[in-house]
Ligand binder design. Structure first.
Ligand code: URP
Ligand code: ZN
Ligand code: ZN
Ligand code: ZN
Length: 468
């Protein structure tokens, strides 16, 4: 570390709790003091390096709790690995990702986890942690879950979708939930009725409906809502908390709201693609809709109002990206003539902070809610707070200097994700990340990459901090 004491001065420091004109003192990778700009305390700091943040926001590094680097799907792998994906995250002001390690069928959790450590080790520009995907819930898996919790893997994702691949049946889900009820971990659920969806897929293809837009039509909002309802009831029976990933349907938000009104420990996440894109994109001509194929699918525009409302009323608590990019050429194209063969997933890890800042300007959320949804709550949800997600003495010095007035146009020409298209091509955004520190080290320096693969550390997590 070249600079042991850094002062970030003159910015508007925004956390989930507060907005103040304050200076921040960083030493040995941590925030050691926060004091009003111009105060005698702040003026007394003797720092070797000063970052001038006047006119800028100073916010905690983003925590993206849902990414899939180098993820196997549909006979291919997502096109960002941990090196390229975490570099792109840094460009976008995200300094922690929580990626999904995968247990494949017949495999022990340990094998899947070791594989993910090998993928990420010495590759990352920013810090990372893991959830574990359960694809084979059996006696061995259940026992291993307890061991993983001790190692800081405190959340397990199951799928009610993708029969024959990641799918778990209700009995497996109930058993895993019972296990998390006893070991304190959080169950994460991909809530879509995959068995019913597969019937509709078969019928659509038999009727010659092969275009990407039919991906959105067969994966019905009601089948997301049904699975969400079922997951909630199973979690109640098991006595476990539940986190529903990538919520996209208004009807699913309603299920979460009903559960939360009863006081149940049920949480929901949505993603920028559901807030900013719609089935109009899936209908783009010349197979262009394939760029937007993900599950849950994009919905008709009318669903967006319910998602924004859920984010304001706290029926949805987290915005993460579900970053799972596949290049159009050679990957999305696998599904020409059969939408069910298009690998599911979209790029996004670089743009979450910016899109949510735009949402502040558009009047959907407040500045503090921006930071709560993108930094503080994901850190709390997944046992990383206050090390991550805020800026207080003792927090890691994951700091973003954000220029709220800069204008940018999102494009595949200029983004840093390893994918040949942008889901937001041409979209104009006001606001841009200027400088990013990760544990006090400069990763982005006034819009130049200054980081290095291997700086990012594996970060074991505690239990969910939203349950007391
Ligand atoms: O389409 C998506 N979301 N791909 C990644 C896997 C998942 O379901 O999260
Ligand atoms: Zn120095
Ligand atoms: Zn999913
Ligand atoms: Zn995902």
């Amino acid at each position: 570390m070249t600079h042991t004491r850094t002062a970030v001065r003159g910015g508007l420091v925004i956390t989930a709790a507060d907005e103040t004109h304050a200076d921040i003192l960083i030493e040995d990778g941590r925030v050691v003091a926060v004091a009003a700009s111009g105060s005698t305390v702040a003026e007394s700091w003797n720092a070797e390096r000063t970052i001038d943040a006047s006119g800028k926001y100073v916010v905690p590094g983003g925590v993206d709790a849902h990414t899939h680097m180098d993820f196997p799907f549909g006979g291919t792998f997502s096109s960002d690995d941990f090196a390229s994906g975490t570099r792109a995250a840094a460009w976008g002001g995200t300094t922690t990702i929580v990626d999904f390690a995968v247990q494949t069928k017949g495999q022990a959790l340990r094998e899947g986890l070791d594989r993910w450590h090998a993928k990420a080790d010495a590759q990352c520009s920013v810090d990372y942690a893991f959830h574990m995907i359960l694809s084979d819930v059996n006696e061995g898996t259940l026992k291993e879950m307890d061991i993983l919790v001790e190692e800081g893997i405190t959340s397990f994702k199951m799928f009610m979708a993708y029969p024959g691949v990641f799918y778990s049946d209700d009995g497996q889900i109930l058993r895993a939930m019972q296990r998390t009820a006893s070991n304190g971990a959080l169950t994460m659920m991909h809530a879509e009725n995959g068995i019913a969806i597969d019937v509709l897929v078969e019928q659509a293809l038999a009727a010659g409906r092969t275009d990407p837009r039919y991906h959105g039509e067969v994966r019905k909002a009601l089948l997301e809502a049904e699975a969400t309802h079922r997951a909630i009831q199973l979690a109640r029976v098991a006595g476990s908390p539940l986190y529903v990933v990538h919520v996209s349907a208004e009807e699913a938000v309603a299920e979460l709201a009903t559960a939360r009104d009863k006081g149940l420990p049920v949480f929901g996440e949505t993603c920028p693609q559901y807030l900013f894109l719609s089935t109009d994109n899936l209908a783009e001509p010349d197979f262009g809709g394939a760029k937007y194929v993900c599950s849950t699918p994009l919905r008709p525009k009318e669903h967006q109002a319910a998602l924004w409302r859920g984010l304001r009323t706290d029926d949805l608590q987290v915005v993460s990206t579900d970053h799972c990019p596949f290049c159009f050429v050679g990957q999305k194209e696998l599904g020409r003539g059969d939408f069910s063969k298009i690998p599911n997933g979209m790029p996004g890890v670089e743009h979450r902070m910016d899109l949510l800042h735009q949402a502040v300007l558009d009047g959907h959320i407040s500045r503090r809610r921006w930071i709560e949804l993108a930094c503080a709550t994901p850190a709390r949800m997944f046992g990383l707070y206050p090390k991550k997600g805020t800026l207080q003495p003792g927090s890691d010095a994951d700091v973003v200097i954000y220029d709220p007035q800069a204008r940018q146009t999102l494009s595949a020409e200029t983004h840093h994700m390893n994918v040949d298209y942008s889901a937001y091509e041409g979209k104009q955004i006001t606001g841009q990340v200027e400088t990013v520190l990760s544990r006090g080290e400069t990763v982005i320096d006034r819009r130049t990459y200054a980081g290095r693969a291997g700086h990012g550390q594996y970060t074991p997590r505690g239990l969910c901090q939203l349950l007391d």
